[in-house]
Design a binder for this molecule. Structure first.
Ligand SMILES: Nc1nc2c(ncn2[C@@H]2O[C@H](COP(=O)(O)OP(=O)(O)OP(=O)(O)O)[C@@H](O)[C@H]2O)c(=O)[nH]1
Ligand SMILES: [Mg+2]
Length: 203
């Protein structure tokens, strides 16, 4: 482990009631409240972790999923390093809305390279097995068609895959950065290798 802690901003998006606040609270405070209130606007919590030898401070931004709070949440999309698109496996509509959430994020975040921006998809409330309306295969197929993003079946209630999902978000960001470093290094080498001989200044 080496170097300073890297600050990464991840943002949780998805319909109201799918469990975004519960996932953040489970991950940061290891608690679950079966009667949590809807979020108004945005809230954030930090958690330090180490991923593949890198020290990271994960700043998790939890947004209000209800439509009436749209204008309160969208100003906070800018500067996000990864977006966690969340639905509840017992709520088919929340799964069908994933595409709209992705679009809303893209529109307001103004990311530099939209094709390479990292998304992670979370199918939450897997503890509600019998009430399930979205199959794992269906969810994985959506992820494959949408940039091949990682998919996690989570439960904030039972603490299933919650840590794994946030760590995957960090890994996605770090992998993107490594690619960028590699691309910059290659272009620097290329610049050096292909450097043209200085032009003659002759008249
Ligand atoms: N069974 C079960 N219930 C959950 C789980 N996660 C959240 N809930 C419950 O679902 C309800 C909504 O959870 P929230 O975390 O408030 O949902 P949210 O996505 O933050 O909703 P908004 O703030 O309105 O966008 C609460 O009653 C939670 O206790 C889960 O994994 N399993
Ligand atoms: Mg909430």
């Amino acid at each position: 482990m080496s170097g300073k802690s890297l600050l990464l901003k991840v943002i949780l998006l998805g319909d109201g009631g799918v469990g975004k606040s519960s996932l953040m609270n489970r991950y940061v405070t290891d608690r679950f409240d079966s009667q949590s209130f809807h979020t108004i606007g945005v809230e954030f919590l930090n958690r330090d972790l180490e991923v593949d030898g890198r020290l990271v401070t994960l700043q998790i931004w939890d947004t209000a999923g209800q439509e009436r709070f749209k204008s309160l949440r969208t100003p906070f999309y800018r500067g996000a390093d990864c977006c966690l698109l969340t639905f509840a496996v017992d709520d088919l509509q929340s799964f069908h809305n994933l595409g709209s959430w992705k679009k809303e994020f893209m529109y307001y975040s103004d990311v530099r390279d939209p094709d390479r921006f990292p998304f992670v998809v979370l199918g939450n409330k897997v503890d509600k097995g019998p009430e399930r309306e979205v199959g794992e295969d269906e969810a994985r197929a959506w992820c494959q068609e949408n940039g091949d993003c990682p998919y996690f079946e989570t439960s904030a209630k039972d603490d299933t895959n919650v840590g794994a999902a946030f760590e995957a978000a960090v890994r996605e960001v770090l992998a993107g950065e490594d690619q960028l470093d590699h691309a910059l290094l290659s272009s620097a080498i290329d610049l050096h290798g292909n450097r043209k001989a200085p032009r003659s200044t002759c008249c």
